[in-house]
Design a protein around this ligand. Structure first.
Ligand SMILES: [Ca+2]
Ligand SMILES: [Ca+2]
Ligand SMILES: [Ca+2]
Length: 329
């Protein structure tokens, strides 16, 4: 059955006014109604559109060669490439917006510093030079700045910002709370990060992690999540409409979704494996994450609307901290 398009009713009104130019338009519409025989799609055609196959590259950290390195792979697990190739530890990764480089941190020069790894083979560029632990870089959406965590203030880890060349580092937060996991809003105007809220009577190591935003214009940190246990790893979807994060679920750590105001928290993995470190695909349809137990972690992707999961790495070591490359790279 051909479903009548709604514009057939305005067309009837247009003809009744006998306006010549409108009649011409009406004729064109009628030609299309009779000549453009698209018709309804068959069931087979529509079911093929349920899943958009993932594209691009995923960077992740793995110790498969004996020390932690940054690897790239296709979102089907193929085309593995070691891009750090250094006997020291490299961990975590953040893509530049044009996908020409990846920021990571490494202890190759002693204490941890932040480096830019060039994907065309130029030597790694050291960006920080401070006796403190400088970790977890996140490149801004415009590629001009890097947010990171550091204990250079002699306190616990705090949130810092510097230019992409490592200059003009400044503290955004400065308190005794342990903070980690910075990531950017797609507008570049604010950040997400985790703050550990230690209650006075809480003797556990992990305590309560909660998701905060940091507004770069007002310099104000605002708590977003209210959830029992250590919640962290928060990342906006490419449109800034949802936040994915990890935290304790019913049986294990799971990947969760919530609105940017912290409402409507939903568990999207809900299984017995511990899941961490979500990263959105550029089209917002998939989330890459790491999952496993007891030093055996692998990279998975999950399709959000169908719940389909795929395991991309299959090793007995640690594969972690996936980061999906920006669109079309
Ligand atoms: Ca290494
Ligand atoms: Ca350092
Ligand atoms: Ca919490």
């Amino acid at each position: 059955m051909f479903k009548q398009p709604s514009y057939i009713f305005p067309l009837a009104n247009i003809i009744s006014v006998r306006n010549a130019s409108y009649l011409l338009l009406g004729t064109l519409v009628i030609v299309c109604l009779t000549g453009c025989k698209d018709g309804p799609k068959s069931t087979a055609e529509t079911s093929m559109t349920d899943i958009t196959e993932p594209i691009g590259k995923i960077a992740f950290t793995s110790n498969r060669d004996g020390n932690k390195e940054i690897y790239l792979m296709a979102p089907d697990g193929n085309h593995l490439q070691n891009i750090s190739q250094h006997p020291a530890m490299e961990y975590g990764n953040s893509w530049s917006p044009n996908a020409s480089s990846i920021a990571t941190y490494s202890n190759r020069d002693g204490n941890t510093e932040i480096y830019l790894l060039d994907l065309k083979g130029e030597p790694a560029l050291r960006l920080t030079n401070d006796p403190g632990e400088d970790v977890l870089p996140a490149i801004s959406p415009d590629g001009k700045k890097i947010a990171f965590m550091s204990n250079r203030n002699q306190k616990s880890r705090s949130l810092y910002l510097m230019k992409i060349d490592g200059s003009q580092a400044l503290a955004l937060t400065n308190n005794e709370a342990y903070e980690e996991s910075p990531s950017w809003h797609p507008s570049g105007k604010s950040l997400l990060f985790t703050r550990q809220l230690k209650e006075e009577n809480d003797t556990t190591y992990a305590a309560n992690g909660e998701i905060f935003t940091f507004d770069l214009s007002t310099k104000i940190a605002t708590r977003v999540s209210h959830k029992v246990g250590y919640d962290s790893g928060a990342v906006y979807d490419p449109k800034g409409e949802k936040i994915a994060f990890y935290g304790p679920g019913e049986q294990s750590f799971d990947i969760f979704m919530m609105n940017p105001d912290g409402s409507e928290i939903t568990n999207i993995t809900k299984d017995t494996l511990d899941a961490y470190s979500p990263s959105w695909s550029p089209d917002g349809q998939w989330i890459a994450y790491t999952a496993g137990a007891q030093n055996n972690y692998d990279i998975y992707i999950i399709h959000l609307s169908t719940g389909e999961r795929r395991q991309l790495t299959k090793t007995s070591i640690r594969n972690e901290h996936p980061s999906w490359a920006p669109a079309n790279k």
